[in-house]
Ligand binder design. Structure first.
Ligand code: ZN
Length: 408
């Protein structure tokens, strides 16, 4: 794993948190490279899971991986090899199969979320620019350690559907111009899986009530629909609203800041890695579970939990813009939300280097895709060529004053 060596050689800063707590803060380069390291680790973790599929026409039985993430960024789709592109300050690879799994693929998640961030940002700018209002609504319900994530997620979804069909709810949101729904999942040693939703609600005029009133009325309904499915809700805990929380949101970043999945997961991992080993009260993001799973091996509890998470989230939307269709049309936001398509888009970009299928395969096998991209980002075509050669020889790529050099 050359990328791991690469990250170890990066300078590490220190981030200060409140109460005098300082945590290591890896560089942006390290964070980007880490996604590829996590992808490789995730692929090893899901490698043992295969499914047989019978071809409808030939009757031939084909084995394929149960999880799409297993094929992501591993092979070129054509004989033309792999292209390295630049689009503004972004650099990426095209001509590769991508999985488009925003739940389970660290690389596709980053890509898909950056697209969603722009779409949601456009809605916030549009609504607030017209003098409208936006709120962040969080819906949560109770759970027990040992509950299956699959079941919890389906109950949560059913409860949410019952909520939005409820007559009193329709009355409550009659002036609302639209809503974006993001589903998130955390895991805690004490209570197990914890699915919840962060929703952005928009009004062009109104609403005629305070956020506290909205939270109270919404909680009353949420408790009812969730309760009928056997889900527990807690109104408040230590003065904090739990079951339903509503707060004003001034821009998309406040909304997106709540997204645990695209927070710098290394920070989470660093804050939680010590705790998971002792008795933990904190919650872990799926990325922290993945990282623990990679470090502790396929037979470890976190690895098993991550596989359960991959299975339970399959086919489900991470972010839904369905409830904001009219607003999307108003502000020219594409309503076709397709994680797979967005993960495979490179946009208007300029291709500045290409790799043969064989050269790329060697880079993948040596675990150096992340640092290859960093070299291409910083030094362009020259960097790409030098990195391909060094990584191909099994050496780590280094940035130096004069350019680059390798070291085994
Ligand atoms: Zn992927």
């Amino acid at each position: 794993m050359l990328d791991l060596e690469f990250i170890r050689q990066q300078k590490v800063g220190v981030r200060h948190l409140a109460d005098g707590v300082a945590v290591p803060a890896p560089s942006e380069e390290a964070l980007r490279v880490k996604r590829f390291l996590m992808l490789g680790g995730c692929q090893e973790l899901v490698y043992p899971f295969w499914r047989d599929r019978t071809d409808g026409e030939t009757g031939e039985i084909k084995r394929r991986s149960e999880f799409r993430v297993s094929i992501c960024m591993r092979q070129p789709v054509s004989a033309d090899g792999v292209q390295v592109w630049r689009n503004g300050d972004r650099v990426g690879l095209s001509g590769l199969m991508r999985c488009g799994s925003a739940w389970g693929c660290p690389v596709c998640c980053a890509k898909v979320m950056s697209v969603r961030q722009k779409q949601i940002g456009a809605l916030f700018r549009g609504v607030l620019g017209e003098g409208g209002k936006a709120a962040m609504v969080t819906l949560t319900c109770g759970h027990e350690r040992g509950d299956s994530l699959f079941e919890l997620l389906s109950k949560f979804k059913t409860a949410h559907q019952a909520l939005i069909r409820h007559r009193a709810f329709k009355q409550l949101v009659r002036d609302r111009a639209g809503a974006v729904v993001a589903t998130e999942i955390m895991w805690g040693a004490e209570h197990g899986w914890h699915p919840h939703q962060h929703q952005a609600w928009f009004w062009l005029a109104g609403p005629g009530y305070s956020w506290d009133d909205l939270a109270d009325q919404l909680y009353f309904l949420w408790e009812k629909v969730a309760g009928s499915l056997g889900l527990r809700t807690i109104r408040e805990w230590r003065g904090k609203r739990i079951g339903v929380d509503v707060r004003a949101a001034w821009d998309a970043s406040e909304y997106l800041a709540k997204f645990d999945r695209e927070r710098e997961w290394s920070l989470d991992a660093e804050l939680t890695a010590g705790r998971i080993k002792t008795s933990s009260k904190g919650s872990l993001t799926p990325w922290a579970l993945l990282e623990e799973g990679i470090c502790r091996g396929n037979d470890s509890a976190p690895a098993g939990l991550f596989v359960e998470y991959l299975r339970a989230t399959r086919g489900k939307a991470v972010i839904s813009l369905k409830g904001a269709k009219a607003l999307c049309e108003r502000y020219g936001v594409d309503t076709n939300v397709d994680d797979f398509a967005d993960a495979n888009k490179s946009g208007e970009s300029e291709v500045f280097a290409t790799l043969s299928a064989k050269a790329y395969d060697t880079i993948v096998r040596n675990g150096g895709v992340g640092q290859f991209l960093e070299a291409a980002r910083k030094l362009g075509q020259v960097g790409a060529a030098a990195a391909a050669e060094l990584i191909g020889r099994g050496e780590v790529f280094h940035f130096t004053e004069g350019g680059c050099h390798g070291a085994s």
